[in-house]
Design a protein around this ligand. Structure first.
Ligand code: HEC
Length: 120
């Protein structure tokens, strides 16, 4: 009996934690990535204002340590850290083709979604 109560609590705690990451990721996607005029769309075209760049950097940095909604966690972590590194380079002022190309690749929507975005 006690065992099953402890188990239920553990399951609830676990689910509410991963749910929190889902909400955070949805917020990051909506505010940072979604649409042709999103901060990400502008940053890859070198059209973002410093404020938009900062918003995006903050959002993307907060992806670090989140749990992959689905798929291999190690693959997800690698994608997130590559994304952070390539965004930081551009945010620090490197607008070379190489830096922007690396960011474009790291922010590729389909490539990450096909592995880690839950299908509803
Ligand atoms: C490094 C991984 C990654 C990249 C790159 C990425 N996404 Fe996502 N995206 C996710 C994950 C994970 C979710 C699922 C979040 C959830 O529901 O838990 C998601 C969900 C979304 C959603 C749905 C949010 C909602 O309200 O449920 C939108 C819209 C979205 N992404 C847009 C984009 C666009 C546009 C790009 C490219 C410019 C992009 N994403 C690039 C990981 C990524």
């Amino acid at each position: 009996m006690i065992k099953s109560i402890v188990f239920t609590c553990a399951v609830l705690l676990c689910c509410s934690l991963s749910h929190a990451d889902d909400e955070l990721l949805e917020k990051i996607m909506k505010e940072g990535f979604k649409g042709k005029t999103s901060p990400m769309a502008k940053v890859v075209k070198s059209e973002a204002t410093p404020a938009e760049t900062k918003t995006l950097t903050d959002l993307v940095h907060s992806m670090k340590g989140t749990k992959a909604p689905i798929g291999d966690q190690a693959d997800y972590d690698k994608r997130v850290s590559t994304l952070i590194a390539s965004l930081d380079a551009v945010a620090k002022g490197d607008h070379s083709e190489k830096a922007l190309g690396a960011l474009k690749k790291a922010s590729d929507c389909k490539s990450c979604h096909s592995e880690h975005r839950p299908k509803h």
